[in-house]
Design a protein around this ligand. Sequence first.
Ligand code: SDX
Length: 431
Amino acid sequence: MVKTTKSANLLFDGKNFDLPMKSPSIGPDVIDIGKLYNEADIFTFDPGFTSTASCESSITYIDGDKGELLYRGYPIDQLAEKSHFLEVCYLLLYGELPTSPQLNDFENRVTMHTMVHEQMHNLFRGFRRDAHPMAIMVGVVGAMSAFYHDSTDINDQMQREISSIRMIAKVPTIAAMAYKYSIGQPYVYPRNDLDYASNFLRMCFSVPAQEYEPNPILSRAMDRIFTLHADHEQNASTSTVRLAGSSGANPFACIAAGIACLWGPAHGGANQACLEMLHEIGSLDRIPEYINRAKDKDDPFRLMGFGHRVYKNFDPRAKVMKESADEVLELLGIENNEILQIAKELERIALEDEYFIEKKLYPNVDFYSGIILDAMGFPTSMFTPIFALSRTVGWISQWKEMIADPVQKIGRPRQLYSGPVERDYIKLENR
Ligand code: SDX
């Protein structure tokens, strides 16, 4: 799909360098600087990769100005409305929407792998009860490489396939076990007769004394949250997974690295931080105080759930999430939920404020997701584990694409060195 079309000319130090350019199927052209250092003995400099494409990918495309998100070319709002998470997993992994037999086979393969090795239960007991579930997920997902040796050889296509299915199937079970462990309740085993989202809700909320009957509307909302978070181009955690994978690390270790990166409040931890911020604001009349703090250069406070590296318009996922929030809260009879009112008023005021308009700061995927998860009964500490559960298929799809990329090599950025030039050692007595 990608063609080398024209070239860019760099005039440096009196010399001309022709740099080949590649044109994508959609989006900006790129300048291939792969040979720049060898030919011109210079590096490019782009901290945070604001203008740098790290790879070629055909999985997800974001148009930040239009507020568009495509999974393998399909708009996210269509998939959120018409598809369901395991079908979206198939699409992200294999590139096309499945036929009915393909979907049934895929769903059966995932269903047959939802249980974890019984000895993994012992891993949880090594954590304090008040450990953050993300700490447990980083550890337990990483430890999967110690249990599933038959799917760690990245050069074996079949093993890559099995490890992919195992992670998509088992991460919800691990997330639910982390939750149960944190509240001192017994683990709930997955059931093969439930769909993916209902299974996860039941593993979280069922207790031996009281069976949990998944409410179809809550299961649908949970499934939609999974779909909305499934993949998102080369975000920080996906880039972490790709970089870890470029060294040949096993897939479980790579996904554990992605979970660790996602945990940060600037990334996947924002949904927890956002709901905690809304609770801290506490009432409509305190919103202006927080808007002013967000605008104050000397105040590190940022409006959690607002802003995005790529979206300079509405995050299309936030729109779907907002509709879902209204639906779920109405179903639960808490449509007058004060937190939701604060969120909506905060959004309205921020979107009228010169600072947010000028900096093109809009609500992102994390702004409303926490309100839904809170209403469903999840503690804020489970918000990011649910994001990680959803993003596992995106990380794996990107990891598989990287492994199969013929030009793939170990990722090894260079630097702009600003340290001391060479100097001789000084004996202690002479310092
Ligand atoms: C996710 O990359 C992805 O795709 C991520 C994600 C995915 O699906 O994987 O979409 C998931 O991580 C969503 C983002 C969740 N994070 C938050 O909600 C945390 C709050 N947002 C900010 O931390 C920030 O907006 C980022 C980290 C999301 C984006 O940061 P950038 O692109 O590096 O932008 P920036 O920090 O350079 O901000 C640009 C300007 C700055 O002002 P100036 O220095 O130019 O004067 O906007 C300001 C910032 O101070 N700004 C904010 C703000 N976000 C940016 N000011 C107040 N509140 C905010 N939330």
